[in-house]
Each structure stands twice: as structure tokens, then as C-alpha cells.
Write a protein that binds this ligand. Structure first.
Ligand code: FES
Length: 171
């Protein structure tokens, strides 16, 4: 018998000898064993210790970012999206991946690979999109450059505000 068990039994015997009820004994038992014996989840660390990972405030996106009615704006002044201001930058918003191509244009495409739905990434060095699962490649117009994907990516219309600080992406 380990010493912890011995200590618990000694405590229980001691309390019983004081004439306390079973429920009172359980309360003592729980308090004396750091709550683990009672199944408390208080010992678990906070699964979300930083509920606001974007201290800049807001997400920088407004509108519909998923589904068939995609129509949203991206605030390029927001810290989440300032990388888009530079050629080679990219960002994923809902179902869409936006890239600032090496030619200086913005493109927005469906981010789900047409092969098996993996999320694609923009490759600034190649100025194209790569699926990490089976290495399909897509051009900035969404065309398949290399399979196994057989279908092009959906292309969305991107317009830039006159001050250059807002992108509007529409289906
Ligand atoms: S899921 Fe993209 S290439 Fe297979």
C-alpha cells in the first residue's frame, strides 16, 4: 500500500472516529486530496488563456466569407492583413485565399484544392498556389498547372479602394 492511500485511510478513520457522517467525510476527503478524487476539472489549464488573440481589435474583415454568397471587405490597415500590401503576401479569409501577386495585382481564389479539398498556399517565389497534400499547383488565375487536381479553382473578383487600404472580394 502506498503512503498516499495510507494517509487517506488514516484521515478517514480519524474523521469517522469523530462521529462525522459519510457526506461530511466525502467533503473532507475532496478538500484534502486537491479535488482530483471528486472528478473536478478545476485542475485543467485554461484551454483559451488569451481569448482575444487580436489585440488590434476586430478581424479586419466584414461581410460574408464562406459559402456561395461571398462578398466581404478586408481592411489592409488591420495588423492581420498588412502583409497583403506587399507583393508576395497572402492571407486566407473564410473559404478564400487572397494573394498579392508578384505582378502587383490582387487575386482571390477558393482556398480548397479541387482534388480533395486541402487548403492551398500561395508561393511567392513561384507566383502560384501549391496544395500541400498531393502537390497540385494552380496559377494565379486558378488554372491547374500540375495535377492530380483536374479542375480549376474558383476565382473571385477583387477590387481595391482608391486609397489602397481596402479590398473587396465578391463571388
Ligand atoms: S488535395 Fe490537393 S492535390 Fe490532393
Amino acid at each position: 500500500m502506498d503512503t498516499t492511500k495510507k494517509d487517506q485511510m488514516k484521515r478517514g478513520e480519524f474523521l469517522r472516529n469523530l462521529g462525522l457522517s459519510t457526506s461530511t467525510l466525502m467533503a473532507f476527503y475532496c478538500l484534502g486530496t486537491t479535488m482530483t478524487a471528486c472528478g473536478s476539472k478545476d485542475e485543467d489549464p485554461d484551454p483559451n488563456p488569451n481569448p482575444n488573440p487580436n489585440p488590434g481589435g476586430g478581424t479586419g474583415v466584414t461581410g460574408t466569407t464562406t459559402g456561395s454568397g461571398i462578398n466581404f471587405t478586408v481592411d489592409l490597415a488591420n495588423s492581420n492583413y498588412t502583409s497583403l500590401k506587399t507583393a508576395g503576401g497572402s492571407a486566407k479569409v473564410g473559404d478564400v485565399i487572397i494573394a498579392h501577386t508578384n505582378a502587383g495585382a490582387y487575386v482571390a481564389l477558393s482556398k480548397a484544392c479541387t482534388h480533395e479539398g486541402e487548403t492551398i498556399n500561395f508561393r511567392s517565389a513561384q507566383n502560384d498556389f501549391l496544395c500541400p497534400r498531393h502537390q497540385s499547383e494552380f496559377s494565379t488565375t486558378g488554372a491547374v498547372e500540375q495535377g492530380p487536381a483536374a479542375s480549376p479553382l474558383k476565382v473571385y473578383t477583387v477590387t481595391v479602394s482608391t486609397d489602397g487600404n481596402t479590398l473587396t472580394v465578391k463571388a
